[in-house]
Write a new protein. Structure first.
Length: 276
């Protein structure tokens, strides 16, 4: 992570888990575990849990997000939720384009872009998910696919709006499988995403964008993953449903931020012209 250039964010994605009462209890358990975090802490929860989650998180450093958003502000879209509804409910973040939405609900690169724009226009911060399948990786398409998905998702997003965008690299083959990309693979994938942003917006802008790693990040591997240059935190699935594990991941990101700051100070003394 590069604290001097971009924000680190640990975000939980609860998927279809926890009733409102359970959500409130879990957040109460989490609050003291993440209170001293040096990174941003977000919990993206099911729609039905949003009021309870916001109430439970009030006064803490935990921000609440949603797991999906429609690209229309209103209309005959049974079962959908608009960005304006989420904003008024008190939501700050929203996950867009998760692989499970793509796989089970027909999400496409075009609708990911439309949802992202709707979120941004309503004042929300989208966490845009990109990632390749195992077959695509084995065929050597990882770089091409990640760059394409990233550029498609950011179509018509301005430089100013980009300041409120987070990209999450989640290799599909590592989501919920217990298989995690190596730290080097995660850094490489995040690097491709950053390169794609640089090709559109320029390197200086790309260097400031928060790019998370998802895909079975947990308490055991978080330290190694967040130590990588291009990994600015994580989008956490199963481990975000366990207060102790989520707290450890947040602590790992906080340790890395403190360590990097110290490293930068020392390096500047001897190689000040070298540090970026």
């Amino acid at each position: 992570m590069k604290k001097d250039l971009r924000k680190a964010v640990i975000a939980g994605n609860w998927k279809m888990n926890k009733t409102p009462a359970e959500a409130k209890a879990l957040i109460e358990e989490m609050k003291p575990l993440v209170a001293g975090a040096d990174c941003d802490v977000v919990l993206c929860v099911p729609f039905i849990d949003i009021p309870a989650a916001i109430e439970a998180a009030a006064g803490s450093n935990i921000k609440i997000g949603a797991e999906n958003v429609h690209f229309k502000s209103s209309g005959a879209y049974t079962g959908e939720i608009s960005a304006e509804m989420l904003k008024e409910a008190g939501v700050e973040y929203v996950v867009v384009g998760h692989s499970e939405r793509r796989q089970y609900f027909g999400e496409t690169d075009q609708t990911v872009n439309l949802r992202s724009l709707a979120a941004l226009n309503a004042g929300l911060k989208p966490i845009i998910c990109v990632g390749e399948t195992l077959e695509q990786r084995s065929l050597g398409y990882t770089e091409t696919l990640l760059k394409f998905q990233t550029k498609m998702a950011l179509t018509n997003v301005t430089k100013e709006q980009l300041k409120n965008v987070i990209i999450a690299y989640e290799p599909v083959w590592a989501i919920g499988t217990g298989v995690t990309a190596t730290a080097d693979q995660a850094d490489e994938g995040n690097g491709y995403v950053r390169e794609a942003i640089a090709e559109v917006y320029g390197g200086d802008v790309a260097a400031t964008v928060t790019i998370q790693y998802g895909g079975s990040m947990n308490a055991a591997n978080a330290d190694e993953l967040v130590a990588k240059h291009n990994v600015d935190g994580g989008l956490i699935g199963g481990a975000s449903l366990k207060a102790a594990d989520f707290g450890k991941i947040v602590a790992a990101a906080s340790r890395e931020l403190k360590g990097e700051l110290n490293e930068k100070t020392c390096s500047f003394m001897y190689y000040g012209w070298f540090w970026i």
